[in-house]
Write a protein that binds this ligand. Structure first.
Ligand SMILES: [Cu+2]
Length: 248
């Protein structure tokens, strides 16, 4: 597993580690029985027939109840962590509108009542910039097909479904740059739906938004939720100026 750098991701990491430990303990006991029983209870001589036990009530009760307890434990821990991972606090510090379009990402940020954004192309991998130690909500939009917005260092990903606006929140705890990509096979250039995430200080975050707002190419009234623009860039290498909010 990569080093996990969000509050929510820590819970997911611990669930994964706990599940592996529980599964390995079960595995070791099971392997010991599979290998050990034929050795311990083998026929040792022709005169001596092994005990022909028909049933053993305590063992049967044990191996009925114990797996049920395991299922309950796995299930309840999964639900508990899922609730943490999907928790939505009422007032996230930042709401980023993430658009997965064929075949790149657009990141929209609210800034002084306006919208600023970056939009990637197949050749130009975009960077998502978010402040450290703040709760960030990603609102996921797709104008075309199902994509999946995932960041391994956050131990989180979620489908981006047209017409069904999914969202999740993260609280990054460490400044750094992390990789992200589309995790849902979405067409010809799926493999180029890469992006990076820069977790920065709040001052750097504000400065970044100011930079975007300074250019008409990266600011707009409303979040850019359409997708055609990036598709054209990939297939023709240039874009048509008719599309609003485009940038070079
Ligand atoms: Cu995709």
């Amino acid at each position: 597993m990569p080093e996990i750098t969000t509050v929510q991701g820590e819970h997911i990491l611990h669930l994964w580690q706990g599940a592996w430990i529980a599964a390995l303990v079960t595995g070791v006991i099971t392997w010991a029985l599979i290998i050990g029983v034929p050795i311990w209870f083998r026929r040792r001589s022709d005169d001596e027939v092994p005990v022909q036990t028909r049933y053993n009530l305590p063992i049967e009760i044990f191996y009925t109840i114990f797996p049920v307890i395991m299922v309950i434990a796995f299930f309840s821990q999964t639900v508990r962590v899922q609730n943490v991972a999907l928790e939505h606090v009422e007032d996230p510090d930042v709401v980023v509108t993430v658009v997965g379009q064929k075949w790149q990402w657009t990141f929209n940020y609210p800034h002084d009542g306006e919208n600023v954004f970056v939009s990637g192309t197949g050749d130009d991998i975009p960077q998502l910039v978010i402040p450290v130690d703040k709760t960030i909500e990603f609102e996921l939009y797709s104008p075309d097909v199902i994509h999946n917005f995932g960041i391994p260092a956050f131990a989180m990903r979620m489908d981006v479904v047209p017409g069904n606006n999914n969202s999740y929140q993260v609280t990054p705890t460490e400044i750094g740059v992390y990789d992200g990509k589309c995790y849902e096979l979405c067409g010809a250039y799926h493999s180029r739906m890469l992006f990076t995430v820069a977790v920065v200080s709040e001052a750097d975050y504000e400065a970044y938004l100011d930079d975007l707002a300074a250019s008409e190419d990266t600011s707009s009234d409303e979040p850019i939720k359409g997708g055609k623009y990036a598709e054209e860039l990939i297939t023709t290498g240039e874009h048509d100026d008719e599309h609003e909010g485009g940038h070079e």
